[in-house]
Design a protein around this ligand. Structure first.
Ligand SMILES: NC(=O)c1ccc[n+]([C@@H]2O[C@H](COP(=O)([O-])OP(=O)(O)OC[C@H]3O[C@@H](n4cnc5c(N)ncnc54)[C@H](O)[C@@H]3O)[C@@H](O)[C@H]2O)c1
Ligand SMILES: O=C(O)C(=O)C[C@@H](O)[C@H](O)[C@H](O)COP(=O)(O)O
Ligand SMILES: [Zn+2]
Length: 380
């Protein structure tokens, strides 16, 4: 783990993917350099910005101004915020708007927004004219530490999360940490779950640092930039070694087998944001690992304690409306998990813990103990 950055230094993280390598540029104020960076990368290019209404209100004009200052033509496609846009209908809207804007094969799509916009615009770019390049300008904490990096793009099916998609790497990521100042506290906390994930899955020293410094990340300043850069370095390393998730990359799915099922069970609604599902899922994965004797109960308690300290939900009962509307029963959650993309020949794969800071891929997990575990958690 490196020392925290000085507040004003932009940092570059390289995603080493050979002829598809790209930079992640992280720093306060780097949005104003978007135009310059794109002009240097693709002289003469035309662009279309895909964003959502909330992000547009705060950050579309600064992004457009930066492009205009470098003489880059652009048009805008604005979608509704939230998972409602990561759908067939959202994809149709964005694709048709990009076609209407005459975005050509050599042009660029710019995803300005959180993970929803990044996944949606990235997928639209992947299929438009069989593939147009795109730039990620992540504006949520979650997008800056996770979704803008690594090229997973896609939309949800009513039957499960991200079930339609493509691997399509961006050509550049510009993460301006100042834009996080307009993010709601709940969304900031949800994104923090993916930050904590990097510590829990592979970096105990980072997790310990987060335990001490998490409140500074929420306040802003150098701790925030350090956490974002450390997360991006961790993800860039994994992606460069296993771009298509044939092995190690599955570790980045820690907490997601449970989390995605919970998102589907709550209808991809505001009852549970993705990062909140990951926080609950990561706690369940740690507790299930303890139940299997892979880690001690105190390790699982340590993971949960930190997430609670960061203000995140960790129990199924923490999901909004649990008391009134309930949630799916254990069998229904098992059916949702059967759609997980890590399922092989019908058998579940889980990311479990051998220690805080060391996750492993557990294949061929028997369903019965998982169902029993979920039943016990639902009845707590
Ligand atoms: N592709 C990947 O590798 C990957 C990784 C993690 C998550 N994801 C996906 O990302 C999505 C979640 O991303 P998210 O948490 O960013 O959700 P999101 O894109 O819905 O953004 C969260 C909310 O914050 C608002 N927002 C974003 N930036 C803002 C800003 N700067 N100021 C004010 N408001 C702002 C948005 O309008 C939205 O309402 C999920 O669909 C998840 O599946 C993908
Ligand atoms: O980049 C990855 O790989 C991840 O798994 C990161 C996750 O945080 C992210 O939510 C991803 O979209 C989940 O991927 P999926 O393949 O399970 O849909
Ligand atoms: Zn995730």
């Amino acid at each position: 783990m490196t020392a925290p950055l000085k507040h004003s230094d932009p940092v570059n993280v390289d995603v080493a993917l050979g002829n598809r390598a790209y930079d992640i540029v992280i720093g306060r104020g780097v949005l104003s350099s978007l135009g310059e960076r794109i002009a240097a990368l693709r002289p003469g290019v035309r662009t279309a910005i895909v964003t959502d209404r909330t992000v547009a209100k705060h950050w579309l004009e600064p992004a457009e101004a930066s492009l205009a200052a470098s003489g880059i033509p652009t048009s805008r496609v604005v979608v509704a915020e939230g998972e409602i846009s990561k759908t067939y209908a959202g994809l149709e809207k964005v694709s048709e708007a990009l076609i209407a804007a005459k975005i050509e094969r050599n042009d660029l799509v710019i995803a300005l927004g959180g993970g929803v916009v990044g996944d949606l615009a990235g997928f639209a770019a992947a299929i438009l004219r069989r593939g147009v390049d795109f730039v990620q300008v992540p504006t949520s904490l979650l997008a800056q530490v996770d979704s803008s990096v690594g090229g997973k793009t896609g939309i949800n099916s009513p039957q499960g999360k991200n079930l339609l998609g493509a691997f399509h790497q961006p050509v550049l990521v510009v993460a301006d940490t100042a834009v996080l100042d307009t993010l709601s506290p709940r969304q900031f906390r949800a994104g923090y779950a993916e930050v904590a994930k990097y510590g829990v899955l592979g970096d105990e020293a980072f997790f310990t640092w987060l335990e001490k410094n998490h409140s500074d990340i929420f306040k802003g300043g150098s701790a925030r930039e350090h956490a974002i850069a450390t997360s991006c370095r961790a993800k860039a390393g994994v992606v460069s070694r296993d771009e298509r998730e044939t092995g190690e990359r599955a570790l980045l799915n820690l907490g997601h087998t449970f989390g995605h099922a919970l998102e589907a069970a709550t209808g991809f609604s505001d009852r549970l944001f993705h990062g909140e599902g990951v926080a609950i899922g990561m706690t369940l994965a740690a507790q299930f690992s303890a139940k299997l004797g892979m880690i001690g109960e105190q390790d699982a308690a340590r993971v949960e304690r930190h997430l609670i300290e960061a203000g995140l939900p960790t129990r199924l009962q923490d999901i909004a409306g649990f008391a009134q509307e309930g949630l799916a029963d254990a069998d229904a959650l098992m059916a949702l998990m059967a759609q997980d993309k890590k399922v092989t020949r019908g058998k579940l794969t889980f990311i479990l813990l051998e220690a805080v800071g060391r996750a492993v891929i557990a294949k061929d997990v028997e369903p019965a103990p998982v169902r029993d575990f979920l039943k016990s958690k639902l009845s707590q």
